[in-house]
Each structure stands twice: as C-alpha cells, then as structure tokens.
Design a protein around this ligand. Structure first.
Ligand code: SAM
Length: 371
C-alpha cells in the first residue's frame, strides 16, 4: 500500500537531505514548506527512519483538507479512518502550527482534533473507554492558507537522537547538522579527517559512522515500531540490511580539543556509537595541530565568541587556527561559525560559504578546497 510520506529537513541542508532521499530510493521528492513529500510504503518509512542522516522526522500524511471553521476542522479530521491506525488505548498527542489561516489558536485546534479522533474511534470501535495507556501516536497538524495537513509522526523523537550522545558538552552541534556538514565535505575512509575543536565528538562520530556505513538509527527506538498496523518484519529486514552494509575498519580520523573533559566525553560517545576503537581522540590545543599526511579534510565547529569565549578571544583563536592550517595547505578546511569576522581572522576568503542555522543561530559554513 502506498502512503504519502513527508520528511522534514533543516534550513540550509535541504539539498543534502534530498540527495540522501534519492540515494535511499525515493523517487521525485517535492520540497513543500521545509519538508520533502513523496509517495512510499511502510518499508520506506522503516528504511528512512533507520538510514537518514540529515532528515529530522518521517511523517505519514493522513489527509489534506480546507478548513476555515472549527466545524470544518472537526469534520475533516473525523473523515480520516483513524481506527485503521490507532488502537483504543493509544496515547494520542496532538501538535501543530498555523500560518496565515483563519484557525490560528493552536490550543483550540489541538482540542478539536483530539475530540474528532476520539469521536471517530468511538464510532468505529464501539467504545467510549480510551485509557491512553498504550503506544504513542503523535498526530501533527499544519494549517497553511486555510489548508490543513494531518500527519502521524512515525519517528517519535527527532532523528538527531541517535542514542550515542547521553551527556551534554559545551555548545554541541546537532547530530543531523553535523551529518550534513560531513556530507558537504570531501571525506572518505582512506583520507585523514580531523576535527581540532571536537568537543563531545559529534562531527567525528558522524564522519566515522558515515565512512563505515553505520546506519544512524540502528540502535534507537521509533514510535512506529510500537504500532500494530506496522509489520515488524519490515523493520527486521531494515536492520539486516543495515548490519550487512557496515564496513567497520580502523580510520585515519581524529578529534582534538584543548579541554580534557571534552575528550573524555567524546570517548564516551564514541564508545556508545560503537566506533571508539576505530578513531583517535586526544586532548590537544589547536596551536599544536599538525599532520604527517599532505592531504586530508578538517570539518569543525570552533567556539563562536558568544557562549564560549569572547568575540576577541574567538577571533584570536581563528587566527591561530589559520596559521597552523598553512602547514596543511593541501587539506580541505570546512568551518561552521556565526562569527562575522571569521575569514579575516583566519586569513583567507573561503572558496564558498553556505547559510545555516545551528541552535537557531545564523551561521556560515566556510569551505576551503585547499589553502
Ligand atoms: C563549539 S564547541 C565544539 C562542540 C562539538 N562540535 C560538539 O558537538 O560537542 C568548541 C570546542 O572548542 C574547544 N576549544 C576552545 N579553545 C580551543 C583550543 N585552543 N584548542 C582546541 N580546542 C579548543 C572547546 O573546549 C570546545 O569543546
């Protein structure tokens, strides 16, 4: 059976998500309001949740309909055969947004939608007892120009929650954004990769797991796994596919940070991600950065001079970083920062840059093919 599927993606990395979707067999993903929408099966839902590195969540689109009044909203929701999806003990969570629409009170929309779902379930299942003690079903509504889109969130927690990062370091980068930066950089398993400001290790782990084809969602839970209408065999097949595709090997990949407690955290996360024995992590100041190999790739997220360091300190650090990079003149250097003076402090204009958001902060991803 074919469903309409929507995958949400972060601003600035849409092209990476689109490429990933195509590589995963999605045909003709259409960009609509921050999501990619396409036709697919529950097998696709399973595979996308497990394999997507940069997407945020995978939604099953249930229905689209116009609504300018609460009555129209109620009727539209009630026309969805919710009893095909939800058991009577479903824990139903309704969340959503409204843009440029007559119905703008989110809390009222939430109440009406939940009432309509229960009304439909009540008629179909002939009960008024809904203990909400069972699996979670997050029903999402998006109202835009009076058009309602109703979906089920199949992922549950966002796909950035891989499961390896259990403790929080200083200003960590989101795993999905880190994966996108890695995908935009010339990394491969044979060439050295270095993150000289690795913090809790996110970029190194995302680079290493991508290079070893370790599926990002291989060891986490998803809401769809608890749903009766989902055939568990599809998930077992997905996991089998993921395991058989892994190419675990020692990599010339390293992460450094001046702070030994950050390295301790990075080691912990690398262990939890199953890659600790394949990469190198060590406390080291960026001023001591050097490498025996003439070619390689740096992808890094240094302090921005906001939460960590003052602006002046950050710019001084970028100057030091720029100076040591001169020793790595055949390396590709890729840096995300919100600091406007980065290129000047680093000492060179980037070959290109891309606007991105890291924790809602506008940043640029500066890319030097080689210095
Ligand atoms: C924005 S954080 C990196 C966060 C990392 N991407 C993560 O996901 O956890 C910047 C890191 O730069 C480190 N740092 C600051 N000054 C440094 C220096 N001189 N040499 C190396 N690392 C430094 C800080 O200790 C901090 O962990």
């Amino acid at each position: 059976m074919t469903h309409k599927i929507a995958v949400t993606s972060a601003f600035g990395v849409e092209s990476v998500t689109k490429k990933e979707l195509k590589n995963l067999g999605v045909r003709d993903p259409k960009a609509i309001d921050g999501s990619f929408v396409f036709d697919g099966t529950m097998r696709d839902v399973s595979r996308l949740n497990v394999f997507l590195r940069t997407g945020d969540r995978v939604h099953l689109v249930l229905k689209e309909f116009p609504a300018r009044s609460f009555d129209e909203l109620f009727d539209g929701v009630k026309s969805v055969p919710f009893s095909d999806y939800l058991p009577t003990d479903a824990r139903i969570i309704v969340n959503g947004k409204s843009v440029k629409s007559t119905l703008y009170s989110l809390s009222d929309c939430q109440k009406i939608i939940k009432k309509a779902i229960l009304s439909r379930l009540s008629e179909d299942k002939r009960t008024t007892y809904f203990p909400e003690s069972g699996p979670t079903y997050e029903v999402l509504f998006s109202i835009r120009n009076d058009l309602v889109t109703l979906s089920l969130n199949t992922s549950g927690k966002g796909l950035h929650k891989r499961g390896y990062r259990d403790l929080v370091g200083d200003a960590p980068i989101k795993e999905t954004l880190a994966a996108a930066l890695v995908a935009l950089s010339p990394i491969d398993a044979e060439r050295p990769f270095v993150d000289p400001f690795c913090g809790s290790g996110t970029l190194l782990i995302e680079a290493a797991t991508a290079a070893m084809h370790i599926a990002p969602g291989i060891s986490r839970d998803f809401d769809f796994l608890h749903w009766n209408f989902f055939d568990k065999k599809l998930y077992e097949e997905t996991i089998e596919e993921a395991k058989s595709g892994e190419k675990k090997q020692k990599l010339p990949f390293a992460g450094y940070d001046v702070d030994p407690s950050a390295i301790k955290l990075a080691l912990r996360h690398a262990e939890r991600a199953g890659i600790r024995e394949y990469v190198h992590l060590q406390a080291r100041d960026v001023k001591d950065l050097s490498h025996a190999k003439s070619h390689g790739c740096i992808v890094t997220n240094p302090p921005y001079g906001e939460r960590l360091l003052t602006e002046r300190e950050a710019l001084e650090l970028y100057k030091t970083f720029g100076d040591v990079c001169k020793r790595l003149d055949q390396w590709s250097i890729n840096v995300i920062t919100s600091a406007k003076g980065f290129e000047r402090a680093f000492g060179k204009k980037a070959d290109r840059n891309r606007k991105l958001f890291n924790a809602n902060k506008e940043c640029r991803f500066y890319q030097y093919d080689r210095l």
